[in-house]
Design a binder for this molecule. Structure first.
Ligand SMILES: [Zn+2]
Length: 178
């Protein structure tokens, strides 16, 4: 009995002290890759991803799942701001690039950055030839890109809402003040 009490006391103390040190940001060590042109990649174990993501997000981002059409949070979402990777927070799309494709998934006609934030990978699954789009930083599955977009770019990034987060535009940063 005494042992039990002291053990739980120890656990309490441990929990307390670990809370205190939590402020110091724990960053997973990433070895600098010399061959890669990408700035930094984020590597986490599948266990870590399971802890951080909801089961639905994990299925889409890490197991290349697809959410049911028309069910996603951002399908009919047209606020001003930036759509981020749900895995690592990288800003991938802006509201200017979003259009209503009526396909049941958030759709964009371009991406932020110079093409280095989203990797395009040939996907031969389900007997189709498609191009998968993947977050370049964390490797999370986003969706697919098609060359049938209705806008000038001709591109349609078809993305799962579960793969995305949203950062609303700051009211003061919208006008490029100089
Ligand atoms: Zn990411």
């Amino acid at each position: 009995m005494n042992k039990l009490i002291s053990t739980s006391g120890f656990l309490f103390l441990f929990g307390f002290t670990s809370c205190q040190t939590k402020d110091a940001k724990i960053e997973s060590k990433v070895e600098p890759t010399t061959t890669s042109t990408m700035s930094k990649t984020l590597q986490k174990s599948e266990e870590e991803w399971k802890k951080e993501l909801t089961p639905e997000q994990y299925h889409v981002l890490r197991e290349k799942g697809t959410e049911r059409a028309g069910t996603g949070t951002f399908n009919n979402h047209f606020e001003k701001g930036f759509y981020t990777c749900a895995g690592c927070g990288t800003e991938l799309f802006s509201n200017d690039q979003k259009f209503d494709s009526h396909c049941g998934w958030p759709s964009f006609d371009g991406e932020l950055g110079g093409g280095d934030r989203i990797k395009k990978v040939k996907d031969f699954s389900y007997g189709m030839i498609r191009t998968e789009i993947v977050c370049a930083k964390c490797g999370g599955h986003l969706g697919h890109i098609f060359e049938d977009g209705p806008t000038a770019s001709g591109q349609r990034y078809c993305v799962n809402s579960l793969s995305l987060g949203f950062r609303p535009a700051q009211p003061d940063s919208s006008s490029g003040k100089k």
